[in-house]
Write a protein that binds this ligand. Structure first.
Ligand SMILES: NC(=O)c1ccc[n+]([C@@H]2O[C@H](COP(=O)([O-])OP(=O)(O)OC[C@H]3O[C@@H](n4cnc5c(N)ncnc54)[C@H](O)[C@@H]3O)[C@@H](O)[C@H]2O)c1
Ligand SMILES: [Zn+2]
Length: 366
């Protein structure tokens, strides 16, 4: 098992990563000062529930914890205020009080939703992240929780750091292949923005990682979490450097928006976005050609797309970028990379340069 600590201004908490470590949940709880007199509520989704919810509940019950389960329908559609209200109802009925703890067992959807319930229930109770997707190595760390509004994604939310993150890599064996590949996009992102040696390691171990070899996956999640933890430790509330975590996301979010979240898994959109960001970096910062070549080669080795389907009009993509909540006053801001493992925030990128890049990354679905 690997452990690391996230230290932010508001709190400090452990991330445990390993195979079969759900069995140790009771000892992690007791190390965090959560005794069996405190009620627990496990929030999960309909896919994850079928595989792991009863197993986790049994581990907790056997250790003497009274544990309820609430299941939401799987999918992004569950990240809404109606679902929040229903979950709060379930917590009230089960008798959760201010000492109780919510456990979020699932991918980023469950983590964001259950985390938001925890942030608001009785003005905030502790919660634990039990991520079950590869992508959730990213979303479970850093304390951003929230739900969607009909007018846009993640418009309702809070910063609420978890009490701990427990990533049992065994859960990934049931994850659909497309989710595995998509999750690796965020792992690769963590390397590209922060850690050149991690990128080299990913290049070397692609096959083992795609085959989900436990030791390698553990290492990849550990190193990805290390980057995320380092960034959020410096800037918990995204007042500055935390924005670099959006590398590849400006174009990525725009592609998700124009395709109404139907054509791309999040990581696929981010992969195309990182190919675009690398190309934009060579234009704006004069980054070496290696950046584009290695970025695209690595993404493709992980079977991720680096070109978007050509029927999405360029103007619509640009419009979507302008609407992105991170765009300020119609000025294009991008996270760009001068070399692999380093990024910076660049304001006022010219529209003509973005258009040129969009033309370059337009094509089939490679
Ligand atoms: N809070 C943050 O910092 C942050 C960061 C990135 C993304 N996010 C959010 O994360 C969400 C996306 O997360 P995601 O990609 O994990 O999606 P997800 O939670 O919807 O999971 C993807 C699919 O896999 C299923 N699944 C999950 N674990 C499984 C397992 N072990 N076995 C079988 N099936 C499993 C889910 O039921 C779902 O159908 C988005 O809502 C995004 O906004 C949040
Ligand atoms: Zn992302």
């Amino acid at each position: 098992m690997k452990t690391l600590t996230v230290s932010t201004e508001s709190s400090s908490y452990p991330i445990y990563i390993g195979s079969g470590i759900y069995a140790q949940l009771p000892s992690f709880l007791s190390a965090a000062g959560v005794g069996t007199e405190r009620k627990l509520m496990l929030i999960t989704d309909s896919h994850v529930s079928a595989h792991f919810a009863e197993k986790v509940k049994k581990i907790l019950n056997d250790a003497g914890y009274q544990t309820g389960i609430s299941v939401v329908p799987a999918g992004e559609e569950s990240k809404n205020l109606t679902q929040v209200e229903q979950l709060i109802g379930a917590c009230l009925e089960f008798g959760l009080d201010r000492q109780s703890v919510i456990l979020a067992l699932g991918g980023g959807v469950v983590g964001d939703l259950a985390g938001f319930v925890a942030a608001t229930y009785m003005r905030g109770i502790p919660f634990i992240q039990l991520p079950t997707t590869l992508l959730a190595h990213d979303s479970s760390v850093g304390g951003k929780v929230g739900v969607n509004h009909p007018l846009g994604k993640n418009y309702i939310g809070a910063f609420h750091q978890p009490l701990m993150v427990v990533f049992d890599v065994n859960v990934l064996s049931t994850l659909p292949r497309r989710e595995v590949r998509s999750g690796y996009a965020e792992v690769i992102k963590h390397g590209l923005i922060w850690d050149r040696s991690f990128v080299e390691w990913l290049e070397k171990h692609t096959e083992a990682l795609l085959a989900l070899e436990p030791e390698k996956v553990e290492e990849a999640i550990y190193r990805g979490c290390q980057v995320k933890a380092a960034v959020v430790s410096q800037d918990e509330k995204e007042e500055g450097i935390r924005a670099i975590l959006n590398y590849g996301h400006t174009i990525g979010h725009a592609l998700e928006a124009v395709s109404e979240y139907r054509s791309y898994a999040h990581g696929e959109a981010v992969a195309i976005g990182m190919a675009g960001a690398a190309r934009l970096s060579t234009r704006v910062l004069g980054s070496p050609g290696e950046l584009v070549e290695r970025t695209e080669a690595l993404l493709q080795a992980f079977q991720l797309p680096v070109r978007y389907q050509e029927h999405w009009p360029e103007n619509q993509i640009l419009q979507a970028m302008k609407r992105d909540k991170k765009a300020r006053q119609g000025v294009y801001t991008f996270v760009l990379s001068a070399r692999i493992g380093e990024v910076e925030i660049v304001r006022g990128v010219e529209e003509t340069q973005i258009r040129e890049v969009l033309r370059e990354i337009r094509g089939g679905k490679e």
